[in-house]
Design a protein around this ligand. Structure first.
Ligand SMILES: [Zn+2]
Length: 279
């Protein structure tokens, strides 16, 4: 499931093909994704220039010359790819260029096409009218961007101060911090040396000031996400990229730690951690 680093590296990859370009045609190859496409979706997009392509949490936001914003979420399995040298006309259905999970095609004025593929169809696309972006339900409750200066130990401690949940659940809560999912929450807790099963209130004093663990966890989150983005921008990258995620029964990679990675289900999701060095 795509988390912040996957969405950010996707944004960087497709931005050159989209930003500054005009959308000549939008091809909807089915009537819906998780929910139906917005009203007059293709018509509202056609002829618009994409002004910027930004990211908020796990959402991609394309701002349009019409002042509307196209909001996109990859769901469980969504992805975009850039197809070059496509004729500037609607591609024939079932043509060799597309497969059955290619649901939306944005034909750009450059001749390139941006294809949205989503086998499990949990992705979403919404068109947000001008001036209502901040109030949109997908965005209005989002916590700080983890790689921004707004996200620091004080902010994390404030958000977790009275929480009764575990640290793992707190990091998955998009109101606490935006963009983390199962993988990078596990990774960050490992780097910070904190058990995913601890109460999140351990990050703050009763008055809400950050404790030492909050500083460690914020630094770990930033480090894990920044490294993942950097790694994904290397095209040829293959191999096992994680410290704990998906490594059950394997030795801990921390220097001098003799622990074995354990998997536990928390809130229906697998958490991976080292019981020796994460306390
Ligand atoms: Zn360990």
């Amino acid at each position: 499931m795509p988390e912040l680093p996957e969405v950010e590296s996707l944004r960087r990859r497709i931005a050159p093909a989209i930003v500054g370009g005009r959308i000549e045609a939008v091809e909807l190859r089915r009537p819906d994704l998780r929910s139906p496409f917005p009203r007059r979706f293709a018509r509202r997009l056609t002829g618009q220039t994409v002004v910027t392509l930004t990211r908020r949490g796990k959402y991609l936001l394309a701002s349009l010359s019409s002042a509307e914003t196209l909001l996109m979420h990859l769901g469980m399995s969504g992805s975009f790819r850039v197809v070059r040298d496509l004729p500037r006309v609607r591609a024939p259905r079932g043509g060799v260029t597309f497969n059955s999970h290619d649901h939306v095609v944005f034909h750009m004025s450059s001749g390139r096409a941006i294809v949205f593929n989503d086998p499990r169809r949990f992705g979403t696309m919404a068109l947000i009218p001008a001036g209502t972006l901040r109030q949109h339900p997908a965005l209005s409750g989002l916590g700080p961007e983890p790689l921004s200066p707004d996200f620091d130990a004080a902010a994390l401690a404030r958000a977790c101060r009275r929480k009764k949940t575990t640290l793992k659940a707190a990091l998955l809560d998009q109101r606490v911090v935006a963009g983390l999912g199962n993988i990078y929450a596990s990774e960050a807790l490992h780097v910070a040396g904190l058990s995913p099963r601890r109460r999140s209130s351990v990050l703050a004093t009763p008055a809400g000031a950050p404790r030492e663990a909050a500083y460690r966890l914020v630094a770990a989150i930033k480090q894990v996400l920044a490294r993942a983005i950097a790694r994904q921008s290397v095209d040829a990258y293959r191999g096992r990229p994680f410290l704990v995620y998906d490594r059950e029964h394997q030795p801990c990679l921390r220097k001098n730690c003799v622990g074995m990675i354990r998997r536990r289900v928390q809130g229906g999701r697998s958490t991976f951690y080292c019981p020796e060095c994460q306390r």
